[in-house]
Structure formats: structure tokens, C-alpha cells
Design a protein around this ligand. Structure first.
Ligand code: SF4
Length: 500
């Protein structure tokens, strides 16, 4: 039976690698048991944090730059449909082809068709969060096409049959000895005497990749920015592998989230200052590649852009949460997050870890998708992420907003345990006599405590508290009882105002 849809089509939630398959607390508990991971993370995040603070501190107008970045992104979100159409028209006018993908499945199908049309079974890749989000490598592999990562950290993750755990430093959870072991086991033709010296590791990767760059006929990239008024795209990177992929093959396919647009070329000025300082702690990116359409005899002769929604319009429809789409994937919030530093990125399940992942994944997929409702609780709400964010995304406020959505989603028309508990507390605390009566029950709490005078397990919603800490046994006497007794006694110490 066919159906006729009247009115606007509904929003389509994101799909692909955006889902936590396990509740964050249990995934985090498992990851916390990995002491090597915690050691690696502590070292890496504290190094990047220090570098970022140095280079942001030296700019007298850093706060104004952050304000400008935030204002530009807010303006982009307000004009997104218009800017996307302008971008499409300009890419097309300069010889590129624009494809629209509503979700991960559509994007993957489009990419597969484009690769097959070139008659190849291998492609080289520039590091890209969008292609990880849609699970492109796995999809291509299932259809007989090998996608080779060329970013060093992505290569380590790919050869190790692992998953990235950080937006910027995907192999942050591996130390150099572990990297050496992966290379020795998985890299074809590697020197069996390879040591874990960083330079030697980089040289091994370099010679492995060089052959791929020179033979690949198709490259796939993401994009840091798309410029609406010219159809220009931009990728920033540190190793030069991106530039090799963007210039050597005959065909270039770029997958870009629809939120990556900037209205004009001059807007890049703000973001090319904000991004490197916030991400790698550098004053500028070692490689900034910009290209517009195709030019005969210069770079790829065929160029495609896949514009990816995959839940971004879902996030845009959330008035409170839409500023999460301002994110420029610098990872500054991740590097300052005390929760991320201890659990690492795998605990979040989604491609996007840390504070930005804790809001972006549920906003794109909906709060009820898989275990994504547990992600907004993966924060102490300390606010360090907000302070560090170069585009001033108020992550703590959005976390609280999403926690509210999660509670509402589970309410099911009935009051939640928390509602009942707070109502009871309000009733109890609003009357002194009721409170006195309740305090008479305190000795029961002492019975629940063991010999060490600690309560180790509470029931119901309170169980979350005792999962990671004990509660001291209540005193044998309440403060109010003590006060009343002391003031009735003839030897009671006089209150200060009585002795003045
Ligand atoms: S939320 Fe802000 S700090 Fe975090 S990755 Fe995005 S832009 Fe960077």
C-alpha cells in the first residue's frame, strides 16, 4: 500500500556510528579499570591543554575572536537553507557535483556508486569525522572496496582493528610501544627491527602510505569548512597526507556535514585563528588546503560533495541544543574534561566522545535512541568545557536540558522516583514537627551501617550515590535534639548574644 505524505517531511534522526550501545556508567566503569589507558590519556590531554593555554593566552583579542566565531555560527544556523543553496550553486558552477544525503545509509550508497563508477577497489582517505560517523569504511569494505586511512593516528587505529577514542588524536589511548607492536604485526613490509622511536615510527608509516598516494585514483575527504559564496572547501591538517589525497587522485569525494558552512571567504579569518590554537595548540595549521571546483591540469578532474544531514536538522530543531552545531571539532572541551580524562573516548560509544559528544549524539539521534540518554549524565557540570570552547557553546546548559528530556522520556505519564522523593522532602522540610518526627528514625540508619559506621548500599534512585562512595552512619542524636537539650540544661553554654 502506498501512502501520500502531506505537509513537510518529518525530521530524520541520525544513523551510523552515533549510538552508545551500553549505558555510560557501566562502559565507564570498565574503561576505568584500564590503568595504561588512564596513564596515556593523562599525559596526552595535559600536554595539549598546556599548549592551548600558551597560544590562546598570547592573543589579546582571544575573547573577541570567540565572540566572533559564536556570532558567525549563530548567523549560519539562522540562514542555513539559503546558504546551502548558494553553496550548491557555486560548487556546480565551478565543475563540482553536489549530492544530498539525509542519513548515513544514503551517504554511503552515494559514495559507493561514485567509487564504483571509477572502476576501482581501493580509495585513500583524509581524516574525517563525518565518514566515521556514517561508518563509511566498514560499508565500503562490505562491498569489496578498501578505504586506506592516511592520517598517522587513523592509520594506527585502522591497522590495530580498533576504534578512535578522540576527535583529534584518534589513537590517544595507545602509547608508542603499542604503536610499534601494531606496525610490526599489521603493516606489510615493515622493518622487523622497528623500534618505538617516534621518528622511526613516522618513517615506517610514510613509506607505507607513499605507495598508496601514488597509486590511488579516488580519494575521500571530510571538510572543515565550506564557503557558501564561492563553493570553496577547506581541510586543515598537520601531516601533509591530506594535501596528497586532495591533489593527486583523479577523483575527489568530499563528505561534509551541512553545518560546516561559512557565508563568505573572509569568515575563514576568524576560524583559522580559533581552530589551530584550540585543537593542537599551534598558532596556525601546518597545512591548510582550499579548493574550488575543478581546474584542468591542476588536481582532481572530478569532484563530488556529499552534503550530510544525518540528524543535524534534528539538532537544529532543538532551540536550546542547536548551538551544538556550532562545533568546529577542535576537541578543546574533550581535553579539559575530567570525566573524559579518566574514561577515554570508547566509553561514550558514539563517534563523538567527551562533552561535545555527550550533547551532539543525543541531539542528532533523539534522546531515546539506544543508550544515548545516558550520555548527558557523563559530566560533573564543572563548566571547563564551556570555558575552553572557541565558539562558546554552553555545553553544561545543554547537558542539563538533555537530562530533563531524558527524565521526561522515561516518565511515561507516571511521576518518577525523583518527583516522588522531592515532593516528600518538600512536605517533610516545610514543617518543623514533621521533621522532628522523621529525625526520630535516624537510629535506623545506624542499624543499616556496618561496624565501620558506613552505609554502603542505598535502595532505589539513591543507589546511584552509593555506587561510588559510602555514606557515614547518621549521628545518634540530631542537631535539633542536641540544641534543645543543651539549651534546657542549666550548665548549657550561653549563646553569644546572651553573654554580650
Ligand atoms: S564543542 Fe567547542 S570545544 Fe568542543 S570540540 Fe566543539 S568547538 Fe571544540
Amino acid at each position: 500500500m502506498s501512502r501520500t505524505q502531506l505537509g513537510m517531511p518529518g525530521l530524520r534522526p541520525g544513523s551510523g556510528n552515533l549510538f552508545a550501545q551500553e549505558k555510560f556508567p557501566s562502559a565507564a566503569r570498565r574503561e576505568l579499570g584500564n590503568t595504561q589507558l588512564r596513564k596515556n590519556l593523562k599525559h596526552a590531554t595535559s600536554t595539549i591543554r598546556g599548549k592551548r593555554l600558551n597560544v590562546t593566552g598570547e592573543l589579546p583579542d582571544w575573547e573577541q575572536l570567540r565572540d566572533a566565531g559564536s556570532a558567525l555560527k549563530t548567523a549560519v544556523m539562522a540562514r542555513l537553507p539559503e546558504l546551502l543553496e548558494a553553496f550548491e550553486a557555486n560548487v556546480t558552477a565551478r565543475g563540482g557535483v553536489v549530492h544530498w544525503a539525509r542519513d548515513a545509509d544514503e551517504a554511503n550508497r552515494i559514495i559507493l556508486d561514485l567509487v564504483r563508477a571509477e572502476g576501482v577497489d581501493e580509495v585513500v582517505k583524509v581524516k574525517s569525522m563525518a565518514t566515521q560517523e556514517i561508518g563509511m569504511n566498514e560499508y565500503l569494505e562490505e562491498h569489496g572496496i578498501d578505504a586506506f586511512e592516511t592520517d598517522l593516528a587513523e592509520l594506527i587505529v585502522q591497522l590495530g582493528h580498533d576504534k578512535p577514542s578522540h576527535i583529534l588524536v584518534p589513537a590517544i589511548h595507545k602509547n608508542r610501544t603499542e604503536v610499534r607492536d601494531i606496525f610490526l604485526k599489521e603493516m606489510p613490509g615493515v622493518d622487523p627491527e622497528l623500534t618505538d622511536e617516534p621518528r622511526k615510527l613516522a618513517m615506517a608509516a610514510r613509506s607505507h602510505l607513499r605507495a598508496k598516494f601514488l597509486s590511488a585514483r579516488v580519494a575521500i575527504s571530510g571538510a572543515n569548512f565550506g564557503i557558501a559564496d564561492s563553493g570553496t572547501l577547506g581541510v586543515v591538517e598537520s601531516e601533509g597526507n591530506g594535501r596528497m589525497c586532495l591533489t593527486l587522485p583523479e577523483t575527489l569525494i568530499t563528505v561534509m556535514g551541512i553545518e560546516k558552512l561559512l557565508p563568505t571567504f573572509s569568515d575563514l579569518e576568524v576560524f583559522l585563528q580559533l581552530l589551530p590554537r584550540s585543537s593542537t595548540g599551534e598558532r596556525m595549521n601546518p597545512y591548510t588546503s582550499l579548493w574550488t571546483g575543478v581546474t584542468e591540469g591542476d588536481g582532481p578532474s572530478k569532484f563530488h560533495v556529499v552534503l550530510l544531514d544525518n540528524g543535524r536538522t534534528n539538532a537544529l530543531a532543538d532551540e536550546m541544543g542547536r548551538s551544538a552545531l556550532h562545533c568546529i571539532r577542535c576537541s578543546a572541551c574533550i581535553n579539559v574534561c575530567p570525566v573524559y580524562e579518566r574514561t577515554g573516548g570508547h566509553a561514550y560509544g558514539s563517534t563523538y566522545p567527551g562533552p561535545i559528544g555527550a550533547i551532539l549524539s543525543p541531539l542528532m539521534t533523539g534522546i531515546q535512541a539506544e543508550e544515548n540518554g545516558s550520555l548527558p549524565y557523563a559530566s560533573s557540570l564543572c563548566g571547563a568545557c564551556y570555558d575552553a570552547c572557541p565558539v562558546k557553546i554552553n555545553i553544561p546548559d545543554i547537558l542539563v536540558h538533555l537530562r530533563g528530556k531524558d527524565v521526561d522520556a522515561h516518565r511515561g505519564g507516571l511521576p518518577a522516583q525523583m518527583d516522588v522523593g522531592l515532593k516528600a522532602a518538600s512536605w517533610l522540610l516545610s514543617d518543623g514537627r514533621r521533621l522532628s518526627a522523621a529525625e526520630k528514625l535516624l537510629p535506623l540508619g545506624r542499624l543499616a551501617a556496618g561496624r565501620d559506621k558506613k552505609i554502603k548500599k542505598l535502595p532505589g534512585i539513591a543507589a546511584g550515590w552509593t555506587q561510588s562512595r559510602d555514606i557515614p552512619a547518621p549521628p545518634s542524636q540530631s542537631f535539633r535534639d542536641w540544641w534543645a537539650k543543651e539549651h534546657q540544661s542549666p550548665e548549657a553554654p550561653k549563646a553569644p548574644e546572651e553573654t554580650a
